[in-house]
Write a protein that binds this ligand. Structure first.
Ligand code: G4P
Length: 521
């Protein structure tokens, strides 16, 4: 095996998807502790800016320059190089959150075992599932009373349509939590025990020698559940896992660091190394192809008005990144020298030295890049498929505050829309501008950048949450539009309705049963 292949095979690049408060930050922190990147819990937590107002966020960004340090966290574990890509939630949920999922090779889904599958998890899951990459599930907060584990597994299939296969099973829960019956490793992992005594081996029949434990009613109950899932549940199938059709389920408690290491070990074992990417529509580019190629999946603007630069996040898809290398930007055919790049560590930003396929590099950008851009070294064109666009859920009407400054207003909007910062629609009849986003922060960043980069103050009036559905132009009759279902066109001129809510959509559907409405991702 050559050196590059060996390096690529060590990479494990993933994102954690969850609903706010399920425990993503807590588990990330534990993973970083195992990776030796941080020394004490609380480091990531302190950075978590979930309870900040947006203005504080802007302040933080200003002080720190571009905040990229926690966007990608990298560490070594059991000889593997792990890259965790952050998927912001809460107020900083945006299209970037979705696009980040285009740059990973696997996802970890963290579920609060008292709450089960929540809306944001469902949305993120949909995007991951569509990519057909493996999804690993961590049922968190086992130290609290939660729902019946059998229910939780059934819910995966019922709500998400993915088979769940238990890798371990709780013995007790909440105050009565005793441990985990670790099916995959044929052992018991006891709760609140130190390293050495934590694991109790099981015999070849999956029975424990310890008579006290064997007689414990909770343990007995666990055995019954395990018999049940062995008989009626799904059996582990690696091919299905790799295709994203089955998710291995691990139980645990991130807060008390229980079951997290067992999870990480299995994850490192089962999660795939970077493989190939589709290029030029129908060719496969192997990850260990020696030619460097990658695509931009996120652009983070600097919120400091004195520094207009931004960082383009590039997922390396093949080859090796070398600082100072010349690449071609596929969209324009322009040659660009990549001098100023950073790799990410959780504690600091460092200059890249050995980024290969699977890794993420941050390129300082003065306006060359757009989201979805392909870059490559070598003579052959390598163009990655466009990144999907996601259906916005929040909408505002936008106008220039100063009517004399229409030119900079239009220029700013067009550039930010092209960059992928926000989506633009126009009222079908009046041509008024309407912006769409998946998260509120996108509007605020838009407003800030319009003022600072284009000297254009904008006024935004919310039209709130809307359900966007595209309609076949041949079926369109402008009379179908009303205040409850606003008719607009997207930037390609395709018509769509912005329904006030699901109810308004159903009402429309009942009224025009033959009209087909479609949703994007
Ligand atoms: P998030 O990033 O997914 O939004 O969740 P985060 O890790 O911040 O966790 C949300 C809350 O859930 C936190 O409590 C955290 O301590 C708690 N939590 C996470 N994992 C577990 C677990 O395994 N068991 C229990 N019991 N709680 C867990 P908080 O009160 O909101 O924050 P804090 O101020 O206590 O840190």
């Amino acid at each position: 095996m050559n050196e590059l292949t060996e390096k690529v095979n060590k990479r494990r690049t993933f994102a954690i998807i969850s609903h706010p408060d399920a425990g993503k930050t807590t588990i990330t922190e534990q993973l970083l502790l195992f990776g030796g990147v941080i020394r004490s819990a609380g480091t990531v937590k302190a950075r978590k800016t979930g309870h900040y107002a947006t203005s504080d966020w802007m302040e933080i960004e200003k002080k720190r320059g571009i905040s990229v340090t926690s966007s990608v966290m990298q560490f070594e574990y059991q000889g593997k190089r792990i890259n965790i890509l952050d998927t912001p939630g809460h107020q900083d949920f945006s299209e970037d959150t979705y696009r980040t999922l285009m740059a990973v090779d696997a996802a970890v889904m963290v579920i609060d075992s008292a709450k089960g599958i929540e809306p944001q998890t469902k949305k993120l899951f949909k995007v991951v599932k569509q990519r057909g990459i493996p999804i690993f599930t961590f049922m968190n907060k086992l130290d609290r009373d939660g729902r019946d584990p059998l229910d939780l597994i059934a819910e995966l299939e019922d709500l998400l349509g993915i088979e769940g296969v238990a890798m371990n099973w709780p013995i007790g829960m909440g105050k009565t939590l005793k441990g985990l019956y670790d099916i995959a490793n044929n052992r018991i992992e006891l709760y609140r025990k130190d390293d050495a005594d934590r694991f109790v081996p099981l015999d070849e029949n999956g029975q424990v020698a310890d008579s006290e434990l064997a007689a414990d009613p909770q343990y007995q109950e666990t055995l019954e559940s395990i018999d049940l899932i062995k008989e009626a549940g799904n059996t582990f199938d690696k091919a299905k896992v790799l295709a994203g059709d089955q998710t291995p389920v691990f139980f645990g408690s991130a807060l008390t660091n229980f079951g997290v290491e067992t999870f990480l070990q299995s994850f490192v074992d089962l999660a795939p190394a970077p493989s190939s990417h589709l290029v030029n529509e129908d060719e496969k580019l192997p990850a260990d192809d020696p030619t460097f190629a990658g695509f931009v999946f996120k652009i983070q603007a600097n919120m400091n008005p004195n520094h207009r630069d931004r960082i383009a996040f590039v997922r390396v898809a093949s080859g090796e990144f070398k600082p100072g290398m010349d690449v071609t930007l596929a969209r324009t055919g322009k040659q660009i020298r990549l001098n100023n790049a950073t790799e990410f560590m959780s504690s600091e930003r460092v200059r890249v030295n050995d980024a290969v396929a699977g890794d993420i590099v941050g390129l300082y950008d003065t306006g060359n890049f757009q989201i979805g851009d392909s870059i490559y070294a070598g003579k052959k064109d390598l163009v990655f498929p466009p990144l999907p666009e996601f259906t916005p859920e929040l909408f505002v009407r936008v106008t220039a505050k100063n009517v004399m400054k229409q030119k900079s207003f239009h220029k700013g909007i067009n550039q930010l829309v092209q960059e992928g910062a926000i989506q633009l629609y126009q009222n079908y009849q009046t041509d008024d501008y309407i912006l769409g986003a998946v998260g509120q922060l996108q509007f605020e960043v838009f407003q800030f950048r319009m003022k600072n980069e284009y000297n254009s103050e904008v006024e935004m009036n919310s039209i709130g949450h809307r359900v966007a559905r595209w309609i076949d132009p041949d079926q369109l009759d402008p009379a179908m539009s009303s205040s409850r279902n606003l008719l607009v066109k997207d930037r390609y001129g395709n018509p769509l309705f912005l329904f006030e809510n699901e109810f308004a959509m159903r009402f429309f559907h009942d009224k025009y049963p033959d009209v087909k409405l479609t949703e994007k991702l």
